[in-house]
Design a protein around this ligand. Structure first.
Ligand SMILES: Cc1ncc(COP(=O)(O)O)c(C=O)c1O
Length: 368
């Protein structure tokens, strides 16, 4: 179910034209109920330790199904930042192979973590966000290549499979930050990257504090993260303090106590996406984006990148003022750089698109 068939489950639409899933997905009845289930269990039974571990495994299985990965190749994390920091902690950046290649479209956390590795001997190379630029920069000195799936700045969808093939061709690891697309666009994780990361705040319709890493089959045994914790142990119930004994699966990237409330919410959010089906969501969103782009053309508005995904970035002379102006018409959007960000998802309808366009028509003076 998509569009008007599911919209009633998201109370924000009673009053708002919510087109801000690129910042946070809308809250559903299912996610609210999941939080209540967590609190009810706490009230009724105190620490539900075994149940927590079971919920954590349910999240792993749900992420795996979404990404076309095996559950044993998926690690449970609290943020993309924690995931990427754990990943780079397993890469030596010594000797000849010490380069990290990143694009100008990466989220700040990717650039900042990459540059932090300079303290460990890494060299960071910035490239334009297209495969030809990656191709020119990737060589035998490259340890890690990072590409976002969908740019948070422009909405551009990166050809991550092509970039991944370049990385693999030179023996480098490919990291895909899938946060801005996963849930709205299909992504076959093993094809797209060696490590695909993302989280539940946006198109997976849940809360902050839950993220995932999906590893290419066979890769995880080669990686020894030194950013670690007791949930990464071969057997968390052993409570041993004698040695570093990483789990044989991607659980070696799990670290501390799992983010239990966020896992309840995350399983519910991913469940809504799985029930609707990502290909169906993609088709629904593509129809809405087409309508939006046609309307923007009529208004003479410019978009920052060809809109192939859920995020359409509209050029503005004063993007913060435009966010405030459309808010007066109950349109909830956001801005980055000089763009108004309009992101469309499972619950949006043609009426939402028309509402955005009507508001932009009233605020034409703020369009670039
Ligand atoms: C592309 C992208 N990566 C990462 C993040 C967030 O990373 P973290 O989970 O570390 O806060 C965001 C969200 O704000 C994002 O848009």
């Amino acid at each position: 179910m998509v569009g008007s068939a599911i919209r009633d489950r998201f109370p924000v639409f009673r009053d708002k034209v919510y087109v801000n899933s690129c910042s946070q997905g809308a809250l559903s009845d299912a996610v609210r109920a999941a939080y209540e289930e967590y609190l009810d269990g706490w009230d009724a039974n105190g620490a539900e330790w075994e149940h927590w571990v079971e919920r954590s495994e349910a999240a792993r299985t749900a992420f795996a199904a979404l990404l076309g990965a095996a559950p044993d190749d998926v690690a449970i994390q609290t943020s993309v930042s924690a995931s990427v920091s754990a990943l780079v902690s397993a890469i030596p950046f010594r000797g000849e192979r010490n380069r990290i290649v990143i694009s100008e479209n990466e989220f700040p956390t990717i650039g900042q973590i990459a540059h932090a590795q300079e303290l460990r001997g890494a060299e960071v190379v910035h490239v334009e966000p297209h495969p030809e630029a990656y191709e020119a920069a990737i060589d035998e000195r490259t340890a890690l290549v990072a590409s976002t799936f969908v740019s948070f700045r422009t909405g551009a969808v990166h050809d991550v499979e092509a970039i991944c093939a370049l990385a693999r061709g030179h023996g480098a690891l490919m990291l895909v930050d899938g946060y801005q697309g996963i849930g709205a666009l299909p992504l076959d994780a093993p094809l797209a990257g060696d490590v695909v990361v993302g989280g539940t705040v946006k198109y997976l319709l849940a809360s902050a504090g839950l993220a995932f890493m999906a590893f290419r089959p066979g890769l995880v045994e080669e990686l020894l993260p030194v950013q670690t914790g007791w949930f990464a142990d071969e057997n968390v119930f052993d409570m041993q303090i004698e040695r570093y004994r990483p789990h044989r699966s991607a659980r070696r990237f799990d670290a501390g106590t799992p983010p239990v409330p966020n896992i309840y919410a995350g399983v519910a959010g991913v469940g809504l996406i799985a029930e609707a089906g990502v290909p169906q969501i993609r088709a629904h969103v593509a129809g809405l984006v087409e309508r939006l782009v046609a309307g923007l053309d009529e208004l003479g508005a410019k978009v920052a990148a060809p809109p192939h995904g859920p995020l359409v970035c509209v050029r503005s002379t004063d993007a913060p003022a435009l966010v405030d102006a459309v808010a007066k018409d109950d349109v909830v959007a956001s801005e980055r750089d000089s763009n108004l960000r309009v992101s469309l998802h499972i619950y949006n309808t043609e009426a939402d698109v028309d509402g955005v366009l009507a508001s932009l028509a009233r605020n034409r003076a703020l369009l670039a």
